[in-house]
Design a protein around this ligand. Sequence first.
Ligand code: GAP
Length: 469
Amino acid sequence: MSEPIQPPADLLDRLVSLGKQRGFFFQSSEIYGGINALYDFGPLGTRIRRNIRSRWWRSIVELRDDVEGIESSIIMNPQVWVASGHVAGFSDPLVDCTGSCRKRWREDHLAAERIARGKHPDAPGCPECGGPLTGARQFNLMFRTFLGPVEDSSAQVYLRPETAQGMFVDFRSVLTSSRQRIPFGIAQNGKSFRNEISPGNSIFRMREFEMMELEFFCKPGTDEEWYDHWRSARFSWYTEELGIRRERLRLRDHDHEELSHYAKAATDVEYLFPFGWGELEGIANRTDFDLSAHQKASGADLSYLDPVTGERYVPYVIEPSVGVDRIMLIVLLDAYDEEMVRGEKRVVLRMHPDVAPVQVAVLPLSKKEELCVRARDLEHRLRPHFATEYDETQSIGRRYRRQDEIGTPLAVTVDFESLQDDAVTIRERDGMTQVRVPISGLEEALRDQLALFRQRTAARACGAAPAGP
Ligand code: GAP
């Protein structure tokens, strides 16, 4: 396979500006000047995220017999984080600049930060101002707060830095209440918090983010097989379910030095971001580390008795773990395209039709009352079947451009002829071609066209078709 072409370095900036303009995502508390590494998601961004979550949930939980979904609390008994190793070891090496900029850096990110500023990776001193740096000290990434009115050390609790521990400590109750047998998994999706030293690249690394994690429990000795299963299942999910270009994805196995303290093997699904290859999802063989640690610390029996063989063991765990925000970022980056149409730049998000925030836009040709009434009525009738939007503002050309920019695959236009012939025009996003269809067959025609979009997106994801129509 030929080398993939890295997206241009300024693509992230263009996307951030489109994201703000169209309400995908923007800085949290913006009217107060924002707050570092925290983001809000606007109406369209929220729709995209719901689509991502539900596609993940469907493939991990709903379409399987052997995975149960849960929702555990964000604040847990602090002993959980002692047993899991987070209190002692969930830290990054922090260095301070004592020169003019006084910035703080992650020691292991210094080389990348220098490169990002056009410097040699081994250049001495601070990446920003070149000033002297202190030695590294370990900085724990967990946010701390207090439970109840007394702010002393006995009331100190943590905001979870991963959702995984909720599934380990709930293992026994899920096992007994669901009547599952090994092998089976527990999945959940929810917010996590990390006081990252060097967040950045927009929503790539934030301090509050959303995870989707699966802990898949299996018999020791079968763990390598399950690891291989999840490694390949999760990789193909991106091309098949989200239409992400295969050439911009790769699997990268961790070498021994890189492995987390709990892992026997780990691999990252990586995406080719405008700033280079970066982690999208991690898949780890966590062995029996977590269940054994919680069993020891809590005194609860977290072993499993095989009802057929009578064997008792502490299950091993395979964990695919990913952030909703990172998926959202690659969905947008992968879809972003610019082209010249009749001398004007057209920005178009060639997004998978099931992830796009709007699938069908209904647009009256002009603001004439009779057209608007008809179009509004049509949009209401389509609403139960598709993600729809009605828009009567601005000229029809500008409304098409806006729909292209938010990735809407299909636009239905109601014009004056529609009032006579009960037909409307469907315009598709990628090739901008138009067809006239009777309103009586509109729903079916839209379904057919969305099916074509799915096929085309899948072909593009595998490299079998060009980015365009
Ligand atoms: N339970 C395993 C775990 O937490 P991780 O590699 O630290 O593993 C898993 O995180 C995934 O969560 C990452 O691959 C990434 O998608 C997402 N993630 C981690 N830290 C993040 C951050 N600060 N901002 C956004 N997403 C993050």
